[in-house]
Design a protein around this ligand. Sequence first.
Ligand SMILES: Nc1ncnc2c1ncn2[C@@H]1O[C@H](COP(=O)(O)OP(=O)(O)OP(=O)(O)O)[C@@H](O)[C@H]1O
Ligand SMILES: [Mg+2]
Length: 339
Amino acid sequence: MTETKDYILQVKNLAVSFETFFGEVEAVRDISFDLKRGSKLAIVGESGCGKSVTANSIVQLLPKPPVVYKGGEILFNGENLLDYDNKQMMDIRGNKISMVFQDPMTSLNPTMKVGKQITEGVRRHENLSEDEAKKLAIEMLDLVAVPQPERRAQQYPHEFSGGMRQRVMIALAMAAKPELLIADEPTTALDVTVQAQILDLMKKLNKEMGTSIILITHDLGVVADMAEEVIVMYAGQILEKGSVHDIFKDPKHPYTRKLLAAVPKINMERSEVLHSIEGTPPDLYKPPKGCSFYDRCPNAMVICEDHMPDLQSHGGIHCSRCWLNHKDYPQGGKQVEGE
Ligand SMILES: Nc1ncnc2c1ncn2[C@@H]1O[C@H](COP(=O)(O)OP(=O)(O)OP(=O)(O)O)[C@@H](O)[C@H]1O
Ligand SMILES: [Mg+2]
């Protein structure tokens, strides 16, 4: 039985909105998930489904206002980060929790040599002498497979290629030996070979340093190899959650199946077409009353239009939010009793 102390992170009923001039955008709507210490979780879903808002809520990088936390808890080692003040959060960020973004330039300082940036990051959090910090910066560059780390440490970010810059950012993120690394689309802008190298690197860091990882991606293709558990998000909600095996071998939600059908396969014939998902996600200014996938769902039923199902367990951590698999709606297509 897993106990609370085995979880590095527990997100409970988190709801996050943007209060804008035009009204409230319900970007994250009541999501819950747990991350076991030392494990790897992937969050997948199309653009705009709330992946980054979820990640940035954990590290509290969203400006308040317009962001409002409508409810829920983000327990990191059992403490609710939503109760932390700025100073406490600064201590957590880059120390216990590091983030890697799609664009490395958002975290790198263009006017500072990369070795120095890594060193500064470390010295802020640990009492190292200048020499020790320098040595660590070179070790970190070496660990992320930057060739000639002593020489490279003396260069500026613009002297690095995109892939190398991403490695520097991971070195920077890892230098403080965080307990949790959140990578938000870290490889989307990179070519496939570099992408594979960066993902391997993250796996190595997880294995060698025990760092827990949350990987955010809209590409289910990279997930099977990278994570143990997967969350499928849509329109600010979790539609399905499970182990990699559950999601890839026994997907329960039509949206997950559509996402899987959109992943290119290695042995794919040229004549086979990739099935992109028709239509667009709903507007989160006014989220639909019923199932948020109703408009695009090939299996939509009468009940789906006006009634949002809750998450149903399929055993273990596997659960999905769909009337097709709902205990109150066993035959799908027939009305719920009393409706
Ligand atoms: N500053 C903002 N003001 C209003 N709405 C916002 C703001 N930032 C994000 N949103 C809304 O919040 C929702 C979730 O956005 P989020 O950035 O988390 O999506 P995402 O899943 O990370 O997408 P992507 O794959 O494109 O990065 C979207 O509907 C978006 O329009
Ligand atoms: Mg995003």
